[in-house]
Design a binder for this molecule. Structure first.
Ligand code: GRG
Length: 300
């Protein structure tokens, strides 16, 4: 029987240890030594407190193809580094201007703005170094595919492009379709990449990859809708970050459009869609099923 609590706790521990191993001066240095302050800021922005959901998705998708947790970890670390970089940059004064993240001061508060920008840049860059390393996967073709997948999920047609659309949306002229597109890019694209990268580690065939992509797109929608609901219903203490920000910033979300009750109903339907995309996989996909349910039920 699949145990979500045990799997996610184990994933938190291994991601924490894996990031801590990689984010040292010795491992990060290139032609020159990595600056100590930069390494400290990278560690501050990525260690402790994250739920590590994206590496969990990588391992759960990989598990369908019998890839071990250990073998799925480097790709998971790469996705998590992109995620942590996006949070560091999103918290900057030029973006959301937040002082609290994961219950601690944001990187620009603990260090300074320039250091926070550079720490994000360096995490972004390091993510691709991890994927290029043969320890990530023995087959260079798979490594190249992983690089392309993560770039697509995190770049202008994915997360960064979604953030740009979100900023444009603060002007207030978004339709529901515009909101859905923005969210699919800003939050969904990295979740989609995480699932697909897990599948690629296991050599998924095109049919399996397409079913898992359908799962990931629905799971991403569920994650974001739950986040929008929590922004309205949860406290700062529970979330470890400021809440109530969407309305304050005039942000366009499906909760502001539909109201809480309708949004909750939509959430249940989206989770059902995600789970039904996994019907061909049997019990090996129980991890992904549990995570889709968790996305909707989470309290932080
Ligand atoms: C600034 C380059 C750039 C991109 C910004 C993803 C993103 C795009 C910004 C992060 C801010 C935000 C509210 C995004 C929505 C996605 C979201 C709720 C992220 C938080 O993810 P969790 O809940 O966080 O997985 P932890 O702390 O558990 O890792």
């Amino acid at each position: 029987m699949y145990d979500f609590s045990a799997d996610s706790a184990d994933c938190v521990r291994s991601v924490e240890a894996g990031l801590s191993d990689v984010l040292t001066g010795a491992r990060l240095s290139g032609p020159g030594p990595a600056a100590e302050r930069l390494v400290e800021a990278m560690r501050h922005g990525s260690l402790e407190g994250g739920k590590r959901l994206r590496p969990l998705l990588v391992r759960q998708a990989a598990a369908i193809f019998s890839v071990s947790r250990e073998a799925a970890l480097p790709a998971g670390l790469a996705v998590e580094m992109i995620h942590c970089y996006s949070l560091i940059h999103d918290d900057l004064p030029a973006m959301d201007d937040d002082a609290l993240r994961r219950g601690r001061p944001t990187v620009h508060k603990a260090f300074d703005e320039a250091t926070a920008i550079l720490a994000g840049d360096a995490l972004l860059t390091q993510a691709f170094a991890i994927l290029a390393d043969p320890r990530c996967h023995p087959d260079p073709d798979v490594r190249v595919a992983l690089v392309a997948e993560l770039a697509a999920g995190s770049g202008a047609g994915g997360m960064v492009g979604g953030q740009m659309r979100d900023i444009e949306g603060e002007e207030g002229s978004f339709s529901e379709t515009d909101i859905a597109t923005m969210q699919a890019m800003k939050t969904g694209a990295l979740i989609r990449a995480a699932v697909r990268m897990g599948a690629m580690l296991g050599g998924a065939d095109p049919r399996a990859l397409s079913a898992l992509t359908a799962y990931a797109e629905a799971a991403g929608r569920a994650f974001q809708l739950a986040d929008d609901i929590l922004d309205v219903t949860a406290t700062q203490e529970a979330m470890g970050k400021a809440t109530g920000k969407d309305a304050g910033a005039g942000k366009q979300t499906l909760v502001s459009r539909l109201g809480l009750d309708e949004a909750r109903k939509n959430l249940d339907a989206i989770v059902a869609d995600a789970i039904s995309a996994l019907r061909t996989f049997g019990p090996r996909a129980d991890g992904l099923r549990a995570t889709a349910r968790y996305f909707a039920a989470r309290k932080r």
